[in-house]
Ligand binder design. Structure first.
Ligand SMILES: Nc1ncnc2c1ncn2[C@@H]1O[C@H](COP(=O)(O)OP(=O)(O)OP(=O)(O)O)[C@@H](O)[C@H]1O
Ligand SMILES: O=P(O)(O)OC[C@H]1O[C@H](OP(=O)(O)OP(=O)(O)O)[C@H](O)[C@@H]1O
Ligand SMILES: O=C(O)c1cccnc1
Length: 486
């Protein structure tokens, strides 16, 4: 199997054992085909931020399309042993799995959409066994890609329109960690990646400079720049900090001037250590004085949104940002806590029974129903309302903060809105036209432009009003009280 096909192959065993033991249990109980609704959502924006950028849907779709158990998978499952060395599963169940094809209906929020705590990013409706089975892989895909897209959006926002290049592969969490991070980073706002395989697979522009080893391999820095400039006469960027940064800038200028008569165009320099504000200001002066006013100053070295913001405030003359480790590993928050919860089950008489998972922590109590998210806008986004599609909406639209029901927002009649979850699979058939990556990237940008800047700031961002539709809030409250016997 080529790595590039990883999501488009059978990954049915890419799940937790307990999904399969529950599947077996449902099958034995005759509940396998009972219709159920699950939601994938997170409870808190990452990075103590005010928003999250949804990503991962394309890989989730590829995964679901290929969901079937191969002969090899089934042989492995049949060989699993439980207590006293007995087969864990009956052969008849293995045969059931052999025939199983994904037949759920899936609705999801498109990649590149700004999303908020409690909102279902993905909704799966279909046979209980299948809808449960896909919990873990859907979370694996959506949690990581959403996390990285969000981190990249924050970093690109800090760069304020400057080019951001993702340099993270060497520090990524393994091979797919690198690949899917490159794609998510591009969605979030990186303009290019250094990762060639991501470039090939996802059609992301690839860019780069050279390493310190290039300079070390020559007797002098000047010879190194000259050789690189001769090999790449257009837009070469020289890494100037191998020995002495400002001497490096002078050597870069000297070589650029030397090569100019042969048609060389100077891309600029890269700074990778030291005080990036001071060095970039000095480098800019030297470059400008030599007439290279268009030469870029690229900076790298453990950058993130906070350092970039600080460098900009200090007046650094950097216009291209190479960001690796902290972007692709989501360094300050290594996981998005997305969860996947059962919200409704259809009874034999056809009626839906709503389900919640209770928790001592209010924030961890799930929301029942078949949920949709309605986003109201008045120029900028003003509120998101999570509502139950299976019930009719009251005339008066109210959004209730699920953590503090005294906080309510009334939406005036006639306010423009859109429903965010779109149909992706209908009874197992893909009906969604997957947008290309550029479209997704543009969506991220447009979404961020529609968020008030108080929601985008890094320190104590304003909390965007994303809550429950009034009658759903009341229903949930009543259900909780009933389950607690109050
Ligand atoms: N003017 C500045 N203001 C704020 N942060 C800066 C400034 N200049 C550099 N930084 C950041 O400070 C950190 C400096 O780290 P460190 O001391 O390890 O770098 P260095 O010693 O200059 O380089 P290296 O160890 O990589 O050779 C980096 O994250 C860098 O991006
Ligand atoms: O700092 P990041 O955001 O991860 O960006 C990628 C880093 O990778 C390269 O150097 P590497 O870290 O391999 O070596 P260095 O620290 O000696 O420069 C490059 O010079 C960047 O510093
Ligand atoms: O091209 C670069 O400059 C580069 C690529 C990967 C990591 N650091 C820098």
């Amino acid at each position: 199997m080529a790595l590039k096909d990883i999501y488009a192959t059978s990954l049915s065993l890419l799940t937790d054992l307990y999904q399969l033991t529950m599947a077996y249990g449902y099958w034995k109980k005759g509940m396998a085909e009972q219709e159920a609704v699950f939601h994938l959502y997170f409870r808190k924006n990452p990075f103590q931020g005010g928003y999250t950028i949804a990503a991962g849907l394309e890989h989730a779709v590829q995964f679901l399309q290929e969901l079937h158990f191969t002969d090899e998978d089934l042989a492995y499952i049949a060989g699993l042993r439980g207590g006293q060395g007995q087969p864990l599963f009956e052969q008849a169940f293995v045969e059931y799995l052999r025939e199983m094809r994904f037949s759920c209906s899936v609705d999801a929020i498109p990649e590149g959409t700004a999303v908020f705590p409690g909102e279902p990013l993905v909704r799966v409706r279909g046979p209980l066994l299948q809808a449960q089975l896909v919990e873990t892989p859907l979370l694996t895909i959506v949690n990581f890609e959403t996390l990285i897209a969000t981190k990249a959006a924050r970093i690109a926002d800090a760069a304020k329109g400057d080019t951001v290049i993702e340099f993270g592969m060497r520090r990524a969490q393994g091979i797919d960690g690198a690949l899917s991070a490159s794609r998510a980073a591009y969605i979030g706002g990186a303009a290019a990646t250094s990762n060639l395989l991501a470039g090939q697979l996802y059609d992301i522009p690839v860019k780069g400079t050279h390493a310190h080893s290039w300079v070390q391999a020559f007797d002098t820095e000047e010879e190194a720049f000259l050789a690189y400039g001769q090999a790449f006469p257009h837009d070469s960027v020289f890494l100037v900090d191998t020995y002495d940064t400002l001497e490096g800038v002078k050597n870069a200028i000297k070589v650029a001037k030397q090569l100019q008569p042969s048609g060389f165009t100077f891309g600029g320099i890269r700074l990778d250590s030291g005080d990036l504000t001071y060095l970039s200001k000095e480098a800019r002066k030297l470059l400008d004085a030599a007439g290279f006013t268009e030469a870029n100053i690229v900076a790298s070295n453990d950058l993130d949104e906070h350092i970039i913001t600080s460098l900009k405030q200090e007046g650094a003359k950097i216009n291209v940002w190479g960001v690796g480790t902290k972007m692709v590993t989501a360094y300050d928050q290594p996981a998005l806590g997305g969860v996947y919860k059962l919200a409704a089950i259809r009874q034999l008489d056809g009626a839906w029974e709503y389900k919640v998972k209770l928790s001592e922590q209010r924030a961890k109590t799930s929301t029942p129903g078949m949920l949709q998210v309605r986003r109201f806008r008045d120029g900028v986004f003003i509120a998101d309302m999570i509502y139950n599609e299976l019930e009719s909406l009251p005339e008066h639209t109210q959004v209730v903060d699920p953590l503090d029901s005294t906080r309510r927002k009334s939406i005036p009649p006639g306010t423009a809105f859109e429903d965010l979850l779109l149909p992706v699979f209908k009874d197992g058939t893909l009906i969604y036209d997957l947008p290309d990556l550029l479209t997704i990237k543009a969506r991220t940008k447009a979404q961020l432009d529609s968020l008030h800047e108080s929601i985008r700031r890094y320190l104590n961002p304003h909390s965007y009003p994303a809550g429950l539709e009034g009658s759903l809030h009341q229903y949930k409250l009543d259900l909780i009280l009933r389950l607690r016997g109050e």
